[in-house]
Design a protein around this ligand. Structure first.
Ligand SMILES: [Zn+2]
Length: 127
């Protein structure tokens, strides 16, 4: 049990209900796993969270996550959120989102590389 993890959890009242999912989310945040890529000057954002199998895309405003857990359990109404979206909530509440800025010209190549990673994850997980 890490002290740093407990310190972060102490700053998140109301999050205890997420149980062990919260522990995993806090660990992902501590490892710098929540990344926001900002493309300028458009201000377009792409947010990714590192999970067990690799990066997943999330959109915390919708909310949306590209993981299978979100698709089957959250949209199916069995769970309130997935681990990736929870990680983002923890990171934004504690100021630990890792923001990286790019120029708009880099958007295409960035997206192509990231989508390749996501498909690689899908292939490995057999879905
Ligand atoms: Zn997810």
């Amino acid at each position: 049990m890490s002290e740093e993890r407990e310190a972060i959890k102490g700053k998140l009242p109301g999050f205890e209900k997420y149980g062990t999912k919260l522990d995993r989310a806090v660990d992902a945040v501590l490892a710098g796993g929540v990344k926001e890529c900002r493309f300028l000057p458009s201000g377009r954002r792409v947010i990714t969270v590192v999970g067990r199998l690799g990066d997943e895309f999330i959109d915390p405003e919708k909310p949306y996550c590209s993981c299978s857990n979100f698709y089957f359990r959250v949209l199916g109404g069995r769970e309130e959120t997935c681990y990736h979206l929870l990680s983002y909530k923890v990171a934004s509440a504690t100021g630990r989102v890792d923001v990286v800025e790019f120029s708009d010209e880099e958007y295409g190549p960035y997206l192509a590389a990231t989508i390749r990673d996501v498909f690689e994850v899908l292939r490995k997980s057999g879905s």
